[in-house]
Ligand binder design. Structure first.
Ligand SMILES: [Zn+2]
Length: 148
């Protein structure tokens, strides 16, 4: 008996100044096909590489709409600014916003990121943190933030 194939679709780097014309096309297809992706949002983007389009004031309203559609909102780092060339535990990217920093700083960034999303009416799903590349298991860092 063939097993049902399932795919996990995730979009990273979503922020108010992303490539909106491209995203509008993607979002249209996702809605039309009833695909519910993970949308990984940068809470406070400061990465100049991601300044692609005009700032959209309705961005957080859109995030809440995505979540209401059943899409999964994930926390994608905090400011998306790499602070070192430490690949962290995963070793996927040669730099990180978190890895190599004292755990208190990592925890503070996570708290700020989560607070930022909550303040805007969106709560990321558990276990879906990105660009963290923490040195210790994430759960150790996340317990004090109340994030499970
Ligand atoms: Zn990213």
């Amino acid at each position: 008996m063939p097993r049902e194939l399932r795919y996990l679709l995730q979009f990273d780097d979503l922020c108010p100044i992303m490539n909106w014309p491209l995203w509008e096309q993607i979002e249209h297809i996702l809605v039309a096909q009833d695909v519910r992706p993970i949308v990984a949002v940068i809470p406070d983007n400061r990465d100049p590489k991601l300044v692609v389009d005009q700032f959209r004031a309705d961005f957080w309203k859109r995030v809440r709409l995505w979540q209401a559609r059943g899409w999964t909102v994930a926390l994608h780092g905090y400011q998306h600014v790499y602070v070192n060339r430490n690949p962290g535990m995963l070793g996927i990217a040669p730099q990180s916003e978190f890895a190599g920093l004292p755990w208190q700083e990592q925890e503070a960034k996570l708290r700020q990121g989560l607070r930022s999303l909550k303040r805007r009416g969106s709560l990321p799903m558990p276990g879906l943190l990105h660009h963290t590349r923490l040195i210790k298991p994430q759960c150790v860092y996340l317990q004090p933030t109340g994030y499970r």
